[in-house]
Ligand binder design. Structure first.
Ligand SMILES: C[S@@+](CC[C@H](N)C(=O)[O-])C[C@H]1O[C@@H](n2cnc3c(N)ncnc32)[C@H](O)[C@@H]1O
Length: 440
């Protein structure tokens, strides 16, 4: 295969940029990124654009929702470092997409290893297979199916990586992973997503208590992925607040009574505003406080908006993304109950490292009470040392019998926050803090 020198130079520049931003550290991952021709996995995209550090959407459904993409190289590098792939490993990827990450994995495992990748969409799997062959990675096995079931006939795998957001950890992943294996997965924790590297707690998963998976995290990083669909799809709800492009969407976990129409009206009335006394950067908010609220506050919500809503929508967002041509999207967080809400707000800044004062705005009849709670939660996060993903510990245990039916065994998990899924119980802690609560 001939590699045009200018494309090799673009790959080297991408690697240098990721290193300079402290995203990429591992020499083997850097070599894979410098070698594998991403442009061959993105037909229709001008080759030079394939080496910009951006995600590229490759499929959308009838409503325009993205259903497949090549992920942003920065998060791919972070996740490959979390995965710690070695030559000779047997690797399973769930979410083949374009096939580019599978090619990076094939480069990392070398001729003695093997890579299997699975995608739910037949046309996506076919395109990945063709691109892998064209790029010289025809040895990768591409399967079409639901990754929630894994790919049993290649198990056990030394490494498993999921490249779409998982709301739960299906039993097949645990069963198909080698005893000393590692799983890296973008995991949804009450609406916030963290790429978590998991290893088994005990060698056979039966170190006392109910039988089943027992995993613990080695590392966690902030990330954003389209959700897994099919058997692994989560029950998370997104409510549309307001009309058209200027509307915002509200994500909430679990069954909660929210009156979207009355809330939309409440958001157009002048709010009550409270200072938090905290000055924060964008990463401190996104990586730290948003996650803290999701796990410690049962009424937490996430807020998402497109460019129109940033300019003309009802509320101001604490985090706005965009470039020289203007805002492209925004995210926020707060508490919501019934037709009332309390939301975090901050003066808009393009500079991610700039500190800006954080305020809380209350909307609706209970807005003031929710805002008071939100200020207290933000201050508790600050008093706990402003913990973020790097400080986070996640343990996964079998779901106790009766959980999800109103059982309340919070006391058994002192100092850890509990999130129950369909298959597993998740315990999250920031070891520097001492509080404990049951979230759902
Ligand atoms: C962000 S893309 C993956 C990017 C890919 N790793 C790459 O290098 O281009 C997510 C992919 O997950 C796939 N997916 C979603 N749900 C799935 C499931 N239950 N099983 C397998 N694949 C799934 C989607 O079809 C989509 O192609």
């Amino acid at each position: 295969m001939t590699v045009k020198p200018d494309l090799r130079a673009l790959r080297d520049a991408l690697v240098a940029d990721l290193r300079a931003r402290d995203v990429l550290h591992d020499a083997a991952v850097a070599d894979a990124l410098a070698t594998v021709p991403r442009h061959l996995f993105l037909p229709g995209v001008p080759p030079a654009e394939a080496y910009v550090d951006e995600a590229v959407v490759t499929r959308r459904d009838a409503e325009g929702t993205a259903t497949s993409s090549s992920s942003q190289p920065a998060i791919m590098a972070i996740m490959l470092e979390q995965l710690d792939v070695r030559p000779g490993h047997r690797v399973l990827e769930i979410g083949a997409g374009t096939g580019y990450n599978a090619a990076l994995l094939a480069h990392l495992v070398g001729p003695a290893g093997s890579v299997t990748t699975i995608d739910l969409q037949p046309d996506v799997a076919d395109a990945a297979l063709a691109a892998l062959a064209a790029a010289g990675y025809g040895q990768v096995r591409v399967v079409c199916g639901d990754g929630a079931l894994g790919v049993p006939d290649g198990a056990p795998y030394d490494r498993m990586i999921v490249t779409a957001g998982a709301w739960d950890l299906p039993p097949a992943w645990f069963e198909q992973l080698a005893v000393d294996g590692r799983l890296v997965v973008p995991f949804d924790l009450r609406g916030v997503m963290r790429s978590i590297a998991f290893e088994r707690l005990g060698p056979d998963g039966s170190a006392g208590g109910p039988a089943g998976p027992r995993w613990r995290s080695r590392s966690a990083h902030t990330c954003g992925f389209m959700p897994l669909r099919g058997l692994a799809a989560g029950p998370g709800r997104r409510l549309r607040i307001g009309e058209g492009d200027a509307g915002v969407s509200l994500s909430v976990d679990g069954e909660r009574e929210i009156d979207a129409d009355r809330l939309a009206a409440a958001l157009t009335a002048p709010p009550v505003e409270f200072a938090t006394g905290l000055d924060l950067t964008t990463p401190q908010l996104v990586d730290g406080l948003f996650c803290w609220l999701a796990l410690t506050e049962p009424d937490s919500c996430g807020l998402h908006a497109g460019a129109e809503a940033v300019e003309r929508g009802p509320v101001e967002f604490p985090v706005v993304y965009g470039g020289p041509s203007g805002p492209s999207a925004a995210i926020g967080s707060g508490l919501v109950a019934g037709a009332s809400a309390a939301l975090l707000a901050r003066p808009r800044t393009e500079d991610r490292s700039a500190v800006a004062p954080l305020v809380v705005r209350g909307y609706g009849v209970d807005g003031s009470a929710l805002a008071t709670r939100l200020v207290a939660a933000a201050r508790a996060w600050h008093d706990a040392g402003r913990p973020g993903s790097a400080d986070m510990r996640v343990e996964v245990l079998p779901l106790p019998e009766g959980a999800g039916d109103g059982a309340d065994d919070t006391g058994a998990y002192d100092g850890r926050y509990v999130v129950d899924k369909r298959y597993v119980r998740v315990l999250v802690s920031w070891p520097r803090t001492a509080a404990s609560s049951r979230c759902r």
